[in-house]
Design a binder for this molecule. Structure first.
Ligand SMILES: NC(=O)c1ccc[n+]([C@@H]2O[C@H](COP(=O)([O-])OP(=O)(O)OC[C@H]3O[C@@H](n4cnc5c(N)ncnc54)[C@H](OP(=O)(O)O)[C@@H]3O)[C@@H](O)[C@H]2O)c1
Length: 209
């Protein structure tokens, strides 16, 4: 499936980096001319290609990561979604505030802005460096929670999460999952869980000596 990224800031580029590490092609856009991204993307090109908003948003799966107040303009005037998948990586906060600035969950707002898309919540609660560093875990896997109402869309995003090297954990419906991982307030938001592939246990005779 083709991948697009709307928003080329800390999270958009961290996701692009994870794709790059897994050898997955993607198109990425900010609010300006694609040329404005050339130096920021550096070695990620040409696997990760800067394009305009319309082109990035035409992919089968589009991760959206823009500042909260920019969501309406990021979605404005895009080609029809026609059931394509939007990964909502956003949170209803505005730096430097740390309280929610909207009564709805982010994914509920995204669903209003893209009513004919299938929304999956993911990649909204890890910090950028954690998304980039997941490949350096010595065989262990970093957990990536996700949630959504459409089981086929969720399966496609789960497959992508797996390809990127994360351990995907399904949190159920969009509303239930968002409640758990949305920042601020979600009890799982900011939790960086690693599933150990092997645990070194002390030898019993050393402990008892
Ligand atoms: N930073 C974190 O630790 C973190 C962690 C998890 C989730 N998040 C969430 O991720 C989202 C993005 O955060 P961020 O830290 O990545 O923000 P950021 O570094 O400020 O980057 C924002 C990006 O959005 C782009 N953008 C703005 N308006 C746009 C539009 N109309 N169309 C297309 N692109 C547009 C900006 O492009 P221009 O440069 O052209 O304006 C920029 O590339 C937020 O909702 C945040 O809550 C952040």
């Amino acid at each position: 499936m083709s991948i697009g990224i709307l928003g080329a800031g800390k999270i958009g580029r961290a996701f692009a980096h994870a794709l790059f590490s897994a050898g997955i092609r993607a198109k990425i856009a900010n609010s300006r001319d694609p040329l404005s991204l050339t130096s920021a993307l550096g070695e990620l090109q040409p696997l990760i290609t800067p394009v305009d908003r319309d082109e990035a948003a035409s992919a089968d799966i589009v991760l959206v990561a823009v500042p909260w107040s920019k969501l309406p303009t990021a979605f404005a005037g895009l080609p029809a979604w026609k059931n394509r998948i939007v990964i909502d990586a956003n949170n209803p906060v505005e730096t430097p505030l740390i309280h929610s600035v909207h009564p709805l969950f982010s994914s509920e707002v995204v669903a209003q802005l893209a009513p004919d898309a299938r929304i999956v919540k993911a990649f909204n609660y890890l910090q950028p460096h954690q998304m980039v560093a997941h490949t350096q875990l010595d065989g262990h896997k970093r957990v990536q929670f996700y949630a959504g109402d459409d089981k086929h869309a969720k399966a496609d995003v789960a497959a992508l999460i797996d390809e990127l090297g994360f351990l995907g954990v399904d949190l159920g419906s969009l509303r239930e999952g968002s409640r758990l991982i949305q920042y601020p307030g979600g009890v799982l938001a900011g939790l960086d869980l690693i599933k150990a592939d092997h645990i070194r246990r002390p030898k019993l005779h050393n402990v008892l000596r």
